[in-house]
Design a protein around this ligand. Structure first.
Ligand SMILES: Nc1ncnc2c1ncn2[C@@H]1O[C@H](COP(=O)(O)OP(=O)(O)OP(=O)(O)O)[C@@H](O)[C@H]1O
Length: 359
């Protein structure tokens, strides 16, 4: 999904500028560099951007200058363990600095926004790793991966709500005064029914129900069997349990969408239910944080991230979710980010640095 963003390209002018001072520690230019890291279960992306003037606030360069972008595997310590997660993070940062002609001494601030950071102890442990690696003047900022996703839509402001619906789903909200709340995101067994996995699992269940005579016939049967190269619903059971990857199941969402578009009621109901689940997650966060003000009518940004709700595709899951939320919260302002979450992380680090200079 990252390939679609404009910031994947390196801005050669800035690279030249940043090379001016040369030598040890100067590679990031007169003002040094910032690292933004979006660490997930599927991949970890680290971007290196030059330090922008700290007084720059409203008019950031567009596109944001990018010195280097490096991609690696999983950095969620819950999935791969602490040692492997730390190694991955160290490698992406070292590679990004090396590709941008910088070194550790050029770094002014780092924002590490990684999945699996759910508790202050997770945050502290990662801060300790970073502290071991970078000089004490470097500002370090460690957050859950939802923070970078939100910041990618708000240009670095940690305020509002982000809805992520990819293989999994989660709604995460932040207030200006530092409060935060989440809803869903507890994984497929614990009810993320609006996720890609949730939608596809419901579709597979509907096929088995139709096959048994426990549920109505549905176009999903032919469509999904054909997609998977299977000849009968019985074979679906073996296919489902042959591999425990959630993403493999979640990949069936486009087939569900096309069945709903061709008028299949079962597929349509599955998508309607997913829409309600996603809207419910957002509403729960908005309500808990009071993001829409005391009268419930105030405006707040809702950043929409993930393959299931990217733009207005086909059946229009994303728009349906917005319509559903706006019945309760008419001030919802949907944002589909133009930059990737790693850039959001870099912008968070920049804002963090700016705030610490003003203190
Ligand atoms: N045209 C489409 N309409 C709806 N959903 C789609 C479409 N194309 C892909 N998807 C779904 O998007 C999901 C993948 O999205 P994404 O790449 O954001 O997830 P991920 O990064 O693997 O998951 P996570 O964010 O949970 O780690 C899959 O469920 C896929 O079926």
């Amino acid at each position: 999904m990252t390939k679609k963003y404009r910031n994947g390209e390196i801005w050669e002018f800035e690279r030249e500028m940043s090379g001016r001072t040369g030598g040890g520690g100067g590679g990031g230019g007169v003002g040094g560099v910032i690292l933004g890291i979006d660490g997930g279960t599927t991949s970890t992306i680290c971007v290196c951007v030059p330090l922008l003037p700290l007084q720059q606030s409203l008019h950031l360069p567009d596109p944001l200058p990018l010195l280097a972008r490096v991609e690696a595997g999983c950095s969620n310590h819950n999935s791969v363990g602490e040692t492997a997660a730390r190694e991955t993070l160290e490698q992406v940062m070292a590679e990004a600095l090396s590709r941008s002609g910088s070194d550790r001494s050029a770094v002014q601030a780092i924002c590490l926004s990684v999945s699996g950071v759910n508790h202050p102890t997770d945050q502290q442990r990662i801060l300790n790793w970073l502290r071991d690696m970078f000089p004490s003047h470097v500002k370090l900022y460690v957050r859950n991966d939802a923070a970078a996703a939100l910041a990618s839509g708000t240009m670095g402001r940690l305020s509002g709500c982000v809805l992520i619906a990819g293989t999994g789903s989660i709604a995460f909200g932040f207030t200006d005064d530092g409060r935060e709340a989440r809803a869903a995101g507890a994984g497929p067994i614990l009810g993320d029914w609006g996720s890609g996995y949730g939608i596809s699992a419901q579709a597979l269940t509907a096929i088995i129900r139709a096959h048994d005579g426990r549920g109505p016939q549905t176009k999903l049967t032919n469509s999904i069997l054909q997609t998977l190269g299977l000849s009968s619903a019985d074979e679906l059971i073996g296919w489902t349990y042959a591999d425990s990857s959630w993403a493999r199941i979640a990949a069936l969402v486009p087939a569900v969408v096309s069945c709903a578009e061709s008028g299949d009621e079962v597929a349509n109901n599955i998508l309607q239910d997913a829409v309600k689940e996603l809207a419910l997650s957002v509403n729960a966060v908005v309500q808990r944080l009071g993001l829409s003000g005391s009268d419930g009518k105030g405006s707040f940004p809702l950043v929409m991230v993930g393959g299931v709700i990217e733009g207005n595709k086909g059946w229009g899951i994303a728009q349906e979710v917005i319509n559903c939320i706006s019945k309760d919260y008419p001030g919802v302002v949907p944002i589909w980010p133009k930059v990737e979450p790693a850039i959001g992380a870099a912008l968070l680090a920049w804002n963090f640095l700016k705030d610490s200079h003003q203190e």
